[in-house]
Design a protein around this ligand. Structure first.
Ligand SMILES: CC(C)(COP(=O)(O)OP(=O)(O)OC[C@H]1O[C@@H](n2cnc3c(N)ncnc32)[C@H](O)[C@@H]1OP(=O)(O)O)[C@@H](O)C(=O)NCCC(=O)NCCS
Length: 162
């Protein structure tokens, strides 16, 4: 059931949750990221609060934080928002929560006049690709990219016209 899935703006008190989820082994693996410290997230939240280009939300099931979704490119004039990242606690995968959260962001962007949402994901991240495809995103290009963990990965750009 996804009836209780809500997005709320990230605030200072979310640093321990972001530290926890973003050090989960399977999430680090899926994102090709490196482990981080709590202070990295405290600093990131402070930076985001000053940055007009980006908005970050905690995905909540009722009151409980279960994920993070971030959007950027919001200060550009091209009316294209980028889905920077979606991460959901591994215990909550494959229940439609990713699709619900992405659809909420799509609705928000439509309401404020955006014409397109784009994102990058790994070609072999089948769960993420299925989630985005079900929200209407289509692959428009592919590329190779060196990731934070040093791996070179085949990636795709997906796009949704609003
Ligand atoms: C990607 C992510 C955000 C998706 O969230 P989620 O809540 O698990 O996604 P959903 O349940 O809404 O949709 C996933 C779909 O993929 C399908 N799926 C799962 N594994 C799959 C696979 N190996 N191949 C194809 N489809 C798959 C699921 O069945 C589901 O489709 P359904 O609704 O028709 O059953 C989440 O899995 C996550 O946090 N992953 C780790 C971080 C990550 O990779 N983020 C994306 C970076 S771009």
């Amino acid at each position: 059931m996804t009836d209780n899935i809500k997005l709320r703006a990230v605030c200072d008190k979310d640093a321990p949750f972001l530290f926890q989820i973003m050090n989960s082994e399977s999430i680090l693996d899926a994102l090709n990221e490196l482990p981080t410290q709590l202070c990295d997230w405290e600093d990131a939240i402070k930076e985001w609060s000053k940055d007009d280009d980006e908005e970050d939300y905690i995905i909540c099931d009722g009151e409980s934080p279960i994920g993070w979704i971030g959007i950027n490119n919001l200060s550009s004039n091209d009316k294209t928002a980028y889905l920077k990242l979606v991460a959901i606690l591994p215990t909550h995968h494959n229940r439609g929560i990713g699709q619900n959260a992405v659809c909420q962001v799509i609705d928000m962007m439509k309401q404020i006049g955006y014409s397109k949402i784009a994102l990058y994901t790994d070609l072999d991240n089948h769960k993420a690709r299925a989630c985005y495809s079900k929200c209407g995103f289509k692959i428009i290009d592919t590329l190779e990219e060196e990731m934070s963990n040093g791996k070179t990965v085949s990636r795709c750009i997906m796009e949704l016209k609003l």
